[in-house]
Structures are given as C-alpha cells and as structure tokens.
Design a protein around this ligand. Structure first.
Ligand SMILES: Cc1cc2nc3c(=O)[nH]c(=O)nc-3n(C[C@H](O)[C@H](O)[C@H](O)COP(=O)(O)OP(=O)(O)OC[C@H]3O[C@@H](n4cnc5c(N)ncnc54)[C@H](O)[C@@H]3O)c2cc1C
Length: 411
C-alpha cells in the first residue's frame, strides 16, 4: 500500500523500487508472514505506463527468460503481466560476415516459449499495482534515502520527502538502488569495474517481414546486435533493438539521421527481417561489468545492478537478479520461521552461498560471450566459428547454452 510517511521501525527496508526492488517487495508479500513489516523507499514518483519517468521503467525492452516467467508466476504477477509480453519461440545466433550460426527453438525444449520480451514500463506498472494492492508492503515515494548508518540490531536511515525528513530503523536493509549507488559510496562498498569501451544503442525498429517470434542475436566486430520480437502495432512488424557499438562511434551514431542510421543498421544486421523501415527514439547506455566486492554486511544485502551490472549480451542482468531475489526471500522466510534475526550474517551468508555459483556463471557467460564475439582477432574469429558450429554439432553444448539463456542452468 502507498503510505504518506514512514513509521519508526521496520523489519525490512528496500531502498529502490525499480524492477529488482519492486519484484523483491512483491515476492516478500507473497512469502513472508504479514507480521514482518516491509517498507519500499523509491526516489521517483510512481508513474503510469504512458508517463514512465522512473529510470528502471523506461522505454527499454528486456528479454525475460522462461525461468524468470516462472518466478513472476510464483510472486503472483505473471497472470496480468503475461498479456503484455511477446513470446520468443526461436533464438537465432549468427556471426556477421562469417559462416557459423545456430538456432534453438521451443520444440527442442518442449516449452511454449524460450523466453519473453517486454517493454520495461509495462513490468513497472504491474509491479507498482501489486505493491499498491499489498497489505504487508508499504511504499513511500517520492522519497529518497540520503543517509545510512549501521546501528545496534540493524541500520539507521535518513529518509527525505518533500514534507520533511524521517529517521527510520531497519533490521535488514535490502539495497536495490541501481548501478550508481550513492549509498554504497557512503558505506565504502567498492565495486570491481571493467569498462567495455562500448555503448548500447536502444530503440524500437520496424521491418518488412514478420519476425515469427524469433530473437536474433548477431555478433559483429563491435559487439552483439540483437533484435527481439515485439507485438505488431497497426500491422507494422516491430522489434526491440539492442545494438552494441564502440564507444568512439556512439556520438556519431546518435546524431546522424534515421535514414543514414537505418542503412548502417541494415548493413550490420543483414536481411533476415527484410528491409528495416523505421527506427524510433534512440537511447544510449555505456556498458561495463561491475561487481560489488561485498554483497552482504550485518543488516545489509545488495540486490540487482548495485550487486552486479552485466553486459546486455545474452540478456542475463534482470534474470539473474530475479533468481537472487527468489533465493533471498526463501532464506529470509526460513530464518523467520526458525526465529533467527533477518539481518544476521549467518542468514545472509546462506543466501550468498546459494547464489554464488549462479552469479559467477551468469557474469562469466555475458562477459566472455561479449569478449569472444567482439573481436576481429583471427584466433577469436576461428574460435567463435568453431563455437557456433560446435553448439550446433554437440547437443549437450547447445542444451547448456539454451538453458543459460532460458534461466534454467541450475535446474
Ligand atoms: C541496454 C540494456 C539492455 C538490457 N537488457 C536486458 C535483458 O534483455 N534481460 C535482462 O535480464 N537484463 C537486461 N538488462 C539489465 C537490466 O536492465 C537490469 O538488470 C535492471 O534494470 C536492474 O534493475 P535495478 O532495479 O537493479 O536498478 P535500477 O533500474 O537502476 O533501479 C534502481 C531504483 O532505485 C531508485 N533509487 C536510487 N537511489 C535511491 C535512493 N537513495 N533512495 C530511494 N530510491 C533510490 C531509482 O529511482 C530506481 O528506481 C539490460 C540492461 C541494459 C543497460
């Protein structure tokens, strides 16, 4: 439920109501007993789908894995959300200018879909509605946490709202404030960062041929280029473009006319969807891998981009964060049942032990996929040609690749 001001003490305070913080809040409201008090503090005003002012819920599109759709089902938001997603029935991976390519389809994996594509703002509106309807989750926004300090039995927070400033105590703070966390800086939590010297250009595109629910991932010498299927609007075939380019080219690519950009895009992507006829508003995001050196402290746990920001290759970031979210909620529920303190290191360490392998594998998958496929170095060209061929030739390898993409690698 939305509240106008906070009370003094909460069991759990979530800082950040973006895709990860809001999903975590919905999962808590489904799993934990109602005596556990939960507050979400979000800096941006919750907006309608049309306005989408909140950064997490902007006009980007995201590929949701099959495994993540099951998580959203378990937290009770899939039924309404599933009407707003586009199924991915086939994934086509290719290497620009070379031979190798591979396909994975839903029949090979006996599912309705390998994954789904959605526009971020649509998930935002579903999660915001679920939090507003929950009787156990309190949502405070617009409100910003400006100060945080460890104290006896948890954390002390200073929450700023237009009408004033509030002191709030929490047994456990779940930090989900995104990749540029001022709270981490305050607490002296450092991240290992590798700048890829690449940017992602994001936009919606229209094209001549129907996409037939195929997600295309094409590797080029500047990085992966994906076109993900979206629902048609007014009979126009649509897709979401995620185009990795070298940082030194981004300024030019963001400023040239649509016509010139479309020519360049067509040359990079090829003709699999026929002529690319239109491109919408463009956005660019600098890309880096960032992993926090500490994800837990007494009374504190990091979730989502603040814990690990990944390259978008292979669409893993949100999907990994949703798996983290589910593990953390289950561990907190168990701890609560056994009368353990929610913010104790022994409880939080169990979470890290459970998710460490998954995090390592997903970070490695995106990092090496991008590194291997963004190079003209002849040994890497040979390796990826061999890689794509062998993915096709060896069913086990293909199965492994597909299961990581589907968010089922651990299952
Ligand atoms: C180009 C691109 C494409 C991507 N594609 C995919 C994909 O296909 N599949 C996939 O799984 N992932 C993808 N990702 C990754 C995915 O977008 C991120 O994992 C996800 O957005 C992380 O969300 P978050 O909630 O952690 O952070 P954010 O979205 O940054 O949300 C943080 C929230 O915290 C709030 N906040 C910040 N500070 C405070 C404070 N002090 N007090 C209160 N509130 C605060 C902010 O207002 C914001 O709402 C992609 C990423 C990029 C850049």
């Amino acid at each position: 439920m939305l509240v106008d001001s906070p009370v003094k003490n909460y069991d759990i305070v979530i800082i950040g109501g973006g895709m990860v913080g809001a999903s975590f809040a919905c999962a808590l409201s489904k799993t934990l007993t109602p005596e556990i008090s939960v507050l979400v503090v979000e800096a941006f005003q919750q907006s309608s789908v049309a306005e989408n002012t909140q950064p997490s819920f902007d006009s980007r599109s995201t590929a949701l894995s099959f495994g993540s759709s099951k998580i959203l089902e378990r937290i009770g938001v899939w039924e309404s959300f599933s009407k707003q997603v586009t199924p991915i029935k086939e994934i086509h991976v290719s290497d620009r200018g070379r031979f190798g390519s591979t396909q994975m389809n839903r029949e090979q994996h006996q599912t309705d879909a390998l994954g789904y594509v959605f526009e971020n703002r649509t998930l935002g509106s579903v999660l915001n509605a679920a939090m507003a309807a929950s009787t156990s989750v309190n949502v405070l926004c617009p409100a910003e946490v400006k100060q945080i300090k460890p104290c006896q039995g948890g954390m002390k927070l200073e929450v700023h709202m237009e009408q004033g400033c509030y002191a709030v105590n929490a047994t456990l703070v779940v930090l989900a404030d995104g990749g540029r966390s001022s709270i981490c800086s305050q607490l002296g939590i450092v991240s290992e960062v590798e700048h890829y010297q690449q940017c992602a250009i994001i936009s919606n595109v229209a094209f001549e041929n129907p996409h037939k629910h195929i997600a295309f991932e094409r590797f080029t010498d500047s990085g992966p280029l994906a076109i993900l299927p979206l629902e048609n609007i007014a009979a126009e075939n649509r897709g979401a473009l995620v185009w990795t380019v070298n940082q030194c080219d981004v300024e030019e690519l963001m400023s040239i006319s649509d016509e010139v950009l479309l020519d360049k895009l067509q040359e990079r992507f090829g003709n699999r969807l026929g002529r690319i006829t239109r491109i919408g508003k463009r956005f660019s995001y600098p890309l880096s891998l960032s992993v926090a050196r500490e994800q837990i402290r007494p009374g504190l746990v990091l979730l989502g981009n603040v814990a690990h920001t990944l390259h978008p290759a292979g669409g893993q970031g949100l999907n990994l964060a949703l798996r983290d979210t589910e593990s953390l909620v289950n561990i907190l529920a168990e701890a609560n049942q056994q009368g353990e303190q929610l913010g104790s290191m022994s409880v939080l360490q169990k979470y890290l032990d459970m998710q460490g392998r998954d995090q390592g594998r997903s970070i490695g998958f995106t990092h090496y996929l991008n590194r291997l496929f963004s190079s003209n170095n002849m040994s890497k060209v040979w390796l990826r040609k061999f890689g794509l061929l062998s993915i096709d030739l060896f069913p086990g390898l293909k199965q492994g690749f597909a299961r990581q993409a589907m968010g089922l690698a651990d299952k």
